[in-house]
Design a protein around this ligand. Structure first.
Ligand code: ADP
Ligand code: MG
Length: 396
């Protein structure tokens, strides 16, 4: 068990909080503030407990001076200020006199945010390579450290692991606590039956997830383009479907090892071309025509999944069932959202950037027990890896 913000004294302390404010932006405008909203409980708790709150995050990648302008955290500080309904003092630097002075003058319950931690990457990748001087410097700015940036927890960076190694009190915020509870809980100690639904683009992206979950889950439902590599392993024709020839042998091995635990789609919606308005039809698994590609799971598969999922107590879903970006091929993904939202007494978890985006796009945001805020981080968690940003926290 990791210590959390509840376990330490905050009163009057300079509390460094690493948040994940790496939100999607378009022309300087925030298009989805979910990650900011998800960080509010930790920030509000710190304010209520009379902390002097110092926030920092990365945003995008910073490789040139122009990237700096695009990736300033200023608009995010403004949005946060609205959400908190209080001033957020923004310091447009990652180190230096102005920052140090502002922190020195910070009063209890006040909130300060400094500039994008990756600005330090311009000069020798100091943030991303966990430069020891940088971690020590940031650590020197505060009294205690709270990591609440789950989306970066799979990285070994100066702003999480680096700082942690220079401070005594290093604890989880509420968001990281929640991610550990749900994703960690599902993988390590699930209520059974525990099922996983794995879809998305590539087997190669999800190899380690399938391997890890094969040992833990009671059944694994395969969908998305991933299914066609398994079809090929079974000797089915896959037409022009997305398929990874280099991984057919691996898929064969998994099917042998799985002994019936892996459930593949029994039918598919196939199309002549990869397009929104492509002509399409439904065919059985082993009947994909030479000149057509699988774009979504078919109605029989939806019914099969629904039936097999009925007694679920825990479900983890990673990867859309089809090309959900095109409405015509979003039915499978939509129906999976629906069937999971209708399960009584089951913990339902989405871990995966595109699957989470799909659930939101289709209007199911509030219907899951937990939608992870981490793409890469939740994937690595599902692979059974230890995440350095969690590993570095104090144990209880
Ligand atoms: P996640 O981010 O949830 O882990 P992935 O990144 O693995 O998911 O995969 C998401 C992508 O997979 C989506 O862009 C979706 O269009 C694509 N995809 C799903 N099914 C198919 C298919 N049958 N053919 C091609 N692409 C597909
Ligand atoms: Mg993705």
């Amino acid at each position: 068990m990791k210590k959390t913000i509840r376990d330490i004294e905050l009163n009057g302390k300079k509390v460094l909080i690493r948040v994940d404010f790496n939100v999607p932006m378009s022309d300087g405008v925030i298009t989805d503030d979910n990650r900011i909203v998800q960080a509010l409980p930790t920030i509000q708790y710190a304010i209520e407990h009379n902390a002097k709150v110092i926030l920092f995050s990365h945003l995008g990648r910073v490789k040139s001076e122009e990237d700096k302008e695009k990736n300033s955290l200023r608009p995010i500080a403004q949005r946060l200020s609205k959400l908190l309904n209080q001033e957020v003092k923004f310091i447009p630097q990652t180190r230096g006199e102005e920052l140090e002075k502002a922190i020195k003058n910070l009063k209890e319950k006040e909130v300060l945010m400094f500039e994008n931690t990756r600005f330090e990457d311009l000069d020798g990748k100091k943030e991303s390579k966990n430069d020891p001087e940088l971690g020590a410097y940031w650590a020197s700015l505060g009294d205690v450290f709270v990591n609440d940036a789950f989306g970066t927890a799979h990285r070994n960076h100066a702003s999480n692991v680096g700082i942690a190694s220079h401070m005594n009190d290093v604890v989880a915020g509420f968001l990281i606590e929640k991610e550990i509870k749900f994703i960690g809980g599902a993988v390590d100690n699930p209520e059974r039956p525990f099922y996983a639904i794995l879809g998305g683009a590539k087997v190669s992206d999800k190899i380690s997830v399938i391997e890890n979950l094969l040992n833990k889950a009671d059944k694994i439902f395969i969908c998305g383009a991933m299914a066609y590599t398994f079809y090929k392993a079974l000797g089915y024709n896959v037409g022009t479907s997305k398929c990874e020839d280099d991984f057919v042998d691996f898929a064969k091995g998994l099917l042998d090892k799985a002994k019936g635990k892996l459930i593949l789609p029994v039918d598919n919606v196939v199309a002549k071309e990869f397009a929104e308005d492509a002509e399409s039809k439904v065919v059985n698994a082993d009947e994909i025509p030479n000149d057509m590609m699988g774009m979504d799971i078919g109605p029989k598969t939806i019914e099969l999944f629904r039936k097999e999922l009925q007694d679920a107590k825990t479900v983890v879903w990673n990867g859309p069932a089809g090309v959900f970006e095109f409405d015509k091929f979003a039915t499978g993904t939509n129906e999976i959202c629906k069937m999971l939202s209708e399960l009584d007494n089951a913990v339902t978890i989405i871990g995966g950037g595109d699957s989470a985006a799909a659930a939101k796009k289709l209007g199911f945001e509030d219907k899951f027990t937990h939608i992870s805020t981490g793409g890469g981080a939740s994937l690595e968690y599902l692979e059974g890896k230890t995440l350095p940003g969690i590993e570095c926290l104090n144990d209880k």
